[in-house]
Design a protein around this ligand. Structure first.
Ligand SMILES: NC(=O)c1ccc[n+]([C@@H]2O[C@H](COP(=O)([O-])OP(=O)(O)OC[C@H]3O[C@@H](n4cnc5c(N)ncnc54)[C@H](OP(=O)(O)O)[C@@H]3O)[C@@H](O)[C@H]2O)c1
Length: 324
């Protein structure tokens, strides 16, 4: 099969299409002919040599695909050849074929395109895990979603509104409309305003924070969380060192600070997460209450261009590769 390979670790220019072995599949796995895959920050970090795949995962980039089942192991009983699906994987998405465990699979909704399907697994499962499993966001609460126009951020805003929670988002100025379109009640331009000052001035009570920035945000995040507040940290786009945080607040405001990486979770955890997502949340894609947010679709020959775009923070929502 063909797959996107790396000539070395480095910039987007290291990516190119080349021949490699088609994956084999076990008795409880299916082989998927990939039609589209999502691009994620993790792919960019892996390309730069800063995020090695977990043990046993493919060295090929990519964490989510949509496509059609073309072969299956003897024990598979939930799916049939020709089924249209999307799925979260540990790696190997930038390729013509991937093998996946049958219990991880999400069926594509009838009128959903492959490109839309590829835009769902990574960001919606991450946001679902963060808001529903980790932070346990409730309907009468307010969540602050940093990087609100990111792939995970747009999914988190939609999922919070599904719960009827109030949403405050931060984003650069050109991306406010996309946050509002997802349902954000308040959007703050973090580049021209201090989000802490803005939230304090508006008298907003923040119960939950979804943070990808860390670094200089950590201290302000602790300052604005209310009693019994929860913060889920998923990345450190703003740096690894916090600036002078008053950690006493974790004690006297009874705060919970959590970190997570979905990719390194066990298969059993990811299967349980996917199953609950499919049963409780996925139907909302059928009635239009949830929808994947796609910034741009690229043919996979344009992968370097797409990676350049994500490296420059130019996307609002997902970048998708069409496997031609
Ligand atoms: N831990 C996990 O399980 C998990 C799972 C999925 C993703 N992630 C991580 O979550 C983050 C978001 O992923 P994604 O794919 O949704 O991202 P994305 O679509 O590429 O969007 C990221 C956005 O974050 C904003 N940003 C970047 N650097 C920033 C900074 N220093 N300060 C403030 N905002 C900044 C930019 O938007 P603006 O123009 O608004 O600045 C950028 O477009 C990534 O770091 C990714 O690695 C973690």
């Amino acid at each position: 099969m063909k797959a996107i390979q790396m000539s070395d670790f480095g910039g987007p220019e290291v990516l190119h299409i080349a021949e490699t072995d088609t994956p084999t599949y076990k008795s409880n796995e299916v082989l998927v002919k990939v039609e589209a895959c999502g691009i994620n920050r993790a792919d960019s970090l892996q390309r730069m040599g800063m995020y090695p795949p977990p043990p046993g995962a493919s060295a090929i980039l990519g964490l989510e695909v949509s496509g059609t089942i073309v072969a299956m192991g003897a024990m598979v009983d939930k799916w049939k050849i020709g089924d249209r699906i999307c799925v979260l994987i540990d790696g190997g998405a930038y390729a013509e074929f991937v093998q996946v465990h049958e219990d991880m699979i999400i069926p594509l909704i009838d009128d959903m395109s492959f490109e839309e399907g590829a835009a769902i697994p990574e960001v919606f499962l991450t946001a679902f895990q963060s808001l529903y499993w980790l932070a346990k966001l409730k309907s009468d609460e307010t969540i602050l979603v940093h990087a609100g126009a990111s792939g995970v951020g747009t999914a988190a805003i939609q999922l919070a509104k599904l719960l009827n929670a109030k949403v405050v988002a931060t984003a650069s100025s050109g991306k406010h409309n996309i946050c509002i379109k997802q349902g954000a009640d308040v959007v703050i331009d973090y580049k021209t305003t201090s989000f802490k000052e803005e939230i304090t001035n508006q008298g907003l009570k923040i119960d939950v924070i979804l943070d990808f920035i860390a670094g200089g945000y950590f201290s302000d995040n602790l300052d604005i969380l209310s009693l019994d507040g929860r913060m889920v940290m998923l990345a450190a786009l703003g740096g690894l060192k916090a600036e002078n945080p008053n950690v006493g607040q974790i004690v006297w405001k009874r705060l919970t600070v959590m970190g997570s990486t979905l990719r390194s979770r066990s298969s059993a955890y990811k299967i349980a997460l996917t199953n609950e997502f499919v049963e409780t949340i996925y139907p909302a894609f059928k009635n239009g209450k949830l929808s994947p947010v796609i910034h741009q679709i690229f043919d996979w020959t344009q992968v370097s261009k797409a990676h350049r775009m994500i490296d420059r923070n130019e996307n609002a929502g997902k970048l998708i590769l069409k496997i031609s």
